[in-house]
Each structure stands twice: as C-alpha cells, then as structure tokens.
Design a protein around this ligand. Structure first.
Ligand SMILES: Cc1cc2nc3c(=O)[nH]c(=O)nc-3n(C[C@H](O)[C@H](O)[C@H](O)COP(=O)(O)O)c2cc1C
Length: 166
C-alpha cells in the first residue's frame, strides 16, 4: 500500500518528523512518500495519508490548511492521521491542542491527531520570529521526542496492517 506523508514545515524540523514517520512505515513494508504540501501531492494516488504541520501563533501553516481544505472530499474517505509539531521546552509549552487539526479531524473522521514537541533554532529564525520567541520567553533548543515519533508511526503501521488485510 502507498502512504502519503504530506508535510508543511517552515524551518525543516517538522519535515524531519515526517521523514522518520515515512522511514518507520517503509520498514513495515509500506511504500511511504514524503511530500511537501506546497508541491500539491494528490491523495487519490495513495491508500492512506499522514498529514503534519508546524504550529505558528497557534495555527497550522496556511499551506497545510489550504491543502487539507482542497482535498477534504478525498481525505474523508481514506485512512488519515494528523500530527502537529511545535511546543517548546521541558515540559513542552503550550499544552493546548491547536484548533485547526482538531477541526480537520472532526470533518474528515481522521483516525488520530498527535502533537509533537518542536525545535527552536535561533540561527534559523527571522528577526520578527526571534522577537516573538523572546517576548514569550520560549527556550531555544531541540525538544523533539524521536522515540515518541517512532512509536506513533508504529501504531499507524499496525492499524494499516489491519486495513491491508480487510
Ligand atoms: C514566531 C514563532 C511562533 C510560534 N508559535 C507557536 C505556537 O503558537 N504554538 C506552538 O506549539 N509552537 C509555536 N512555535 C514553535 C514552532 O512550532 C517550532 O519551532 C516548530 O518546531 C517549527 O517547525 P518547522 O521547523 O517545521 O518550521 C513558534 C515558533 C516561532 C518561531
């Protein structure tokens, strides 16, 4: 089965998460492709979709929202998982689930939504971004939990195995 791992990432750390999800699915025998939503992959070419976005100012990136809206009629008829990447620090903050993927999950009947901690690298940020992160006292660092990401991808593979059998 072909699985699309579609991703929206501004500075690359969410893209890394998508790569790990795809690697894990490939290790379990699925043909997993990582595609940026800006390249507008067609979900009709796949048997399942994992869609993820970085969170900025409480929202999914606009290109992830746009892609999901355009492809909603297809996505609601296929196995779909969503992830967000953003919270920073130890423990990661903020803890509220972002509204965009929650809404999308409700509309599409997605099988799950997970929030992974993110990464803040000051050398990659623009001036405005650095200002915002300083105002909210966000700590710089890489807080991504790759063990949790591998485990989540394993769960998806197990559910897809069941889909493959039926
Ligand atoms: C200006 C700015 C605003 C951010 N706002 C949020 C936010 O509202 N919620 C959140 O969880 N993370 C927020 N983050 C953290 C990012 O989501 C995190 O750095 C993420 O790993 C970035 O992913 P990317 O490298 O794929 O772009 C913000 C980061 C920046 C620089």
């Amino acid at each position: 089965m072909k699985v699309l791992v579609a991703v929206a990432s501004k500075h690359g750390s969410t893209r890394d998460i998508a790569d790990v999800v795809a690697e894990e699915l490939q290790a379990r025998g699925f043909l997993a492709d990582v595609q940026a939503v800006t390249d507008d992959p067609d979900p009709r070419d796949y048997g399942a979709v994992v869609l993820g976005s970085a969170i900025y100012m409480g929202r999914w990136l606009a290109e992830a929202r746009d892609w999901a809206t355009r492809h909603e009629p297809t996505l609601e008829h296929m196995p779909l998982w969503l992830f967000s990447s953003g919270p920073i620090g130890d423990p990661p903050q903020p803890t509220e689930e972002p509204a965009d993927p929650v809404q999308l999950a409700a509309v599409t009947g997605a099988r799950g939504h997970t929030v992974f901690a993110g990464k803040l690298d000051p050398s990659a940020l623009g001036l405005g971004e650095r200002l915002v992160t300083r105002i909210v006292h966000a700590p710089y660092g890489d807080y991504r939990d790759f063990a949790a990401i591998h485990a989540w991808a394993q769960e998806i593979a197990t559910e897809l195995d069941a889909v493959r059998v039926t």
